[in-house]
Design a protein around this ligand. Structure first.
Ligand SMILES: C[S@@+](CC[C@H](N)C(=O)[O-])C[C@H]1O[C@@H](n2cnc3c(N)ncnc32)[C@H](O)[C@@H]1O
Length: 277
């Protein structure tokens, strides 16, 4: 199959259309090459001979759709990803959050949890952990289970350490985990104030109020109307001066709902809720 497989573009666009109409998930923002590669792997996994058969199956089976989605969505993440963003967060956003009586943070696409553990470490080092409550959600149950377990491959720890140090971390990073076999088991006291929950950014109903929302490296998978809808949802769960962070390669400025936010840092893609209703 490896060499002979060719994507049937008509079948692929029918699948993309069905997924958008039935499940409100937009696949068309994915680069064709990466989408084709992933679909090919899914056909092999489900032992199906065509995209049309796959489309028929997932149209009638939301559980199968979830499995399909888990394969399609990119879960790539890392500790202190884009470390200079974290440095900016520690130096410029944390002092603002420190003025609040309590701090509520939402990781809205937390993947396997590295972003959440990074935040927990940074908050602890800033002495803000005791008054912070974190919510971490993702559309994918498997990655949430991984995040809760706090187990990450030991081989990624050199890179995590380098990111941590670039982010302004000065402690001994290895003190945050115990190495056992091929894995690093993070200190679960870091996540004692974290509630993990499955949440679909597109279909999920609006959450409570948050002082900081991280929506990093997921908006890129959605088209502009969907991005707009998500930012609008965020705006309704943030009070004036609350912060919103997107990924380094993302921005909200093309969305109509960007009117709800002022730019706090253009370089680090941090926005701040303004007074507009
Ligand atoms: C590339 S990861 C980003 C992880 C982390 N925020 C970071 O920047 O490193 C994207 C995550 O978005 C999640 N995702 C995709 N569609 C979603 C949706 N509709 N609602 C919530 N999460 C979604 C995926 O499951 C994946 O874990």
């Amino acid at each position: 199959m490896e060499d002979t497989f060719e994507i049937d573009i008509l079948e692929l666009s029918a699948l993309v259309k069905m997924v958008r109409e039935k499940y409100h998930f937009d696949l068309k923002e994915y680069a064709l090459s990466s989408l084709s590669r992933r679909i090919k792997r899914i056909l092999e996994m489900f032992n199906l001979s065509s995209i049309k058969l796959l489309a028929n199956k997932i149209e009638n089976d939301p559980v199968l759709f979830e499995k399909f989605l888990n394969e399609i969505t990119v879960n790539t993440t890392e500790m202190f990803r884009d470390p200079l963003v974290w440095k900016h967060l520690r130096e410029n956003v944390f002092p603002e959050l420190a003025k609040l009586p309590e701090i509520r943070i939402w990781h809205s696409a937390c993947s396997t949890g590295e972003e959440v553990y990074s935040m927990a470490i940074a908050l602890r080092e800033a002495g803000l952990d005791k008054k912070a409550t974190l919510f971490a959600s993702d559309i994918n149950n498997d990655v949430i289970a991984n995040a809760k377990a706090g187990k990450f491959p030991l081989r990624t720890m050199d890179h995590s350490l380098a990111n941590y140090q670039k982010s302004g971390g000065t402690k001994k990073f290895a003190d945050y985990y115990t190495a056992k076999g091929i894995d690093a088991y993070f200190d679960l006291s870091l996540i004692q104030n974290v509630t993990f929950k499955k949440f679909d950014l597109i279909l999920g109903r609006q959450m409570e109020q948050f002082d900081l929302i991280l929506c990093r490296n997921v908006l890129i998978y959605f088209n502009l109307p969907l991005q707009d809808q998500i930012i609008e949802k965020f705006a309704h769960c943030q009070n004036e001066n609350a912060f919103l962070m997107t990924g380094a390669r993302e921005t909200i400025i093309w969305c109509k709902s960007a009117d709800y936010y002022d730019v706090f840092s253009q370089d680090f893609k941090i926005f701040q809720r303004n007074q507009k209703q």
